[in-house]
Write a protein that binds this ligand. Structure first.
Ligand SMILES: *Cc1c(COP(=O)(O)O)cnc(C)c1O
Length: 379
């Protein structure tokens, strides 16, 4: 069908597909009952029953359905600022003015792009393989994406190529650099050299450090926000805080930048129940985050078992997922081999993601991880 009114950038774009399906495979509905969903890096545990009941109570008694949500997110931002302060070094302190919240961090990525690059003002720089949403959202807004590579051994960013892309732009100047810490899908945290390189970038380049997996890595650059006006840290409630269904992410930045983000977002971007859920999760953070050490331990055990019992090459991970590559038989392209592993695993009931030249496997419950190992051994 011809839709000549659409922008060419939108027509050419492939939609984000979280679950890769192929026509011959059984449908997700056919598999849903027995499928271990280890493809999107959520926490394997739902909210505890008592918290679900509290949320249901709030929905019934506290939230008037006919009223708009709190469009300023005041209470939520204050609670997030308190949590962020706990995660920073002892002398660092954050207030609600340092926080902006989004309908998932995905919304914040888009707000950052609108506030910086849109309208031919600049390009973004990413280091592949990395989280695909930066590139996808940039392209929907007509913003050019400059991609540099990473070391095949450690997945450290090719800093020489990144510096060259900044010093000698092919088109628009680089305005924003997106880094994930630790990176998805490869699991590596930023090294001291990478952080030092980011810190020396000039003030007209915004540095975005996406710490979606902070609770699993316990590594953060959030202190830099207080020293550098061009530094923003993003985090999410979708992973360790078990609220992926509710859609809450936040940015930590200097108050000037958070004000800019507030200007470009939709006025009521977070439903009342979503704000209540995030506040409840923060109030019960000790209980919710108590499973993080178990997941870290499961990651170590699963990695050791995969290394011992399967031919996958695994890389060290600081997050709640593992990244591995199968050996490629001579003459066989890696992509076909990855698809073969993906399909085998899926047929046995383990859904992983094949992306960025490898398999990304979320660490699940101990029972799920046992099945992951058994299914990998059978490929
Ligand atoms: C999962 C993830 C997010 C979270 O996105 P939400 O929109 O908050 O669910 C952000 N960044 C990265 C790198 C992720 O892997």
């Amino acid at each position: 069908m011809s839709l000549p009114f659409l922008r060419s950038a939108v027509v050419q774009l492939a939609a984000y597909a979280p679950h890769i399906e192929s026509a011959e495979d059984p449908s997700p509905a056919q598999l849903a009952l027995s499928l271990d969903r280890l493809d999107t890096n959520e926490c394997p545990y739902d909210l505890p029953e008592a918290l679900k009941e509290k949320l249901a109570w709030l929905l019934h008694h506290d939230i008037a359905a006919n009223r708009y949500p709190d469009g300023g997110h005041g209470a939520l931002k204050a609670a997030i600022a308190q949590y962020v302060t706990e995660t920073a070094s002892a002398e660092a302190s954050f207030s609600a003015a340092h926080i902006s919240v989004g309908n998932g961090s995905d919304e914040l990525i888009r707000s950052l792009l609108i506030a910086t690059c849109i309208g031919g003002e600049g390009a973004v720089l990413v280091a592949d393989p990395t989280f695909s949403m930066y590139g996808i959202l940039a392209r929907t807004l007509g913003i050019p994406v400059v991609a540099v590579g990473r070391s095949e051994d450690t997945f450290e960013v090719d800093l020489a190529a990144a510096q060259q892309a900044i010093d000698r732009p092919q088109g628009l100047p680089v305005r924003v650099v997106f880094m994930v810490h630790p990176n998805s899908p490869t699991g590596n945290a930023l090294t001291a050299a990478e952080i030092a390189w980011l810190e020396q970038l000039p003030p007209e380049i915004l540095v975005v450090v996406d710490e979606a997996y902070f609770e699993f890595s316990q590594q953060t650059t959030v202190d830099a926000v207080l020293k550098r006006p061009n530094w923003v840290v993003m985090r999410t409630f979708s992973k360790a805080f078990r609220l992926a269904a509710y859609r809450v992410g936040y940015a930590v930045a200097n108050p000037g930048l958070t004000q800019a983000l507030e200007k470009v977002r939709l006025p009521y971007n977070l439903p009342s129940l979503t704000q209540a859920a995030a506040q409840l999760a923060l109030a019960h953070r000790q209980e919710l985050l108590a499973v993080v050490p178990e997941i870290q331990q499961q990651r170590r055990e699963l990695a050791a078992a995969i290394a011992r019992h399967t031919p996958l090459r695994l890389w060290p991970s600081a997050a709640n997922f593992l990244y591995g590559r199968p050996p490629t038989p001579p003459g066989q392209p890696l992509k076909a081999e990855l698809e073969r592993w993906f399909n085998h695993l899926r047929a046995q009931g383990t859904l992983v993601r094949h992306t960025g030249g490898g398999l990304r496997i979320t660490v699940g419950t101990p029972a799920e991880n046992q099945r992951t190992l058994a299914h990998l051994q059978q490929v």
